[in-house]
Design a protein around this ligand. Sequence first.
Ligand code: MN
Length: 163
Amino acid sequence: MKKFLCLLMLSGTFALASVGENMQIIEKAGTHGSFKGDAKIFSGEVKVEMMFKANEWRDFSGGLVEFSKGARSAWHTHPKGQTLIVTEGEIITKAEGQKALITKKGDVISCPVGVKHFHGASNTSAGAHIALTSEINGKNVEWLELVSDEEYKNALKEAREQE
Ligand code: MN
């Protein structure tokens, strides 16, 4: 009995460190903290909140990204693809060789492996999305050059023409 109790105490202590196979885990909002988007990979004001990490049974992480008006990511690719769920405002996205599009709350952007793209807010509205980003060997993104004002302006024009 004593041994059993001891084991119970131990498992309690380690419950958070080693996510139990049969335990459901709740990660309260804000648990993983947030940071301001780095100017090397974002233009304008961007807030990134980590929501959850990949683990032994989940090969993707989740993050809430909030873009202020005119803000956007740099061009980049994902080695295992990415799914974006728009949660607020307007999110513009462009994949190389494809016309840019403006998406709204509830829209889903599915970006396959290796496709060069960017995402951000429009010039008239802030926007936010949840990013579900798959990873391979701990890597989930390859950052490229910043999206120039000219490229952003052209993308907006393209997107507006399709509205
Ligand atoms: Mn992306």
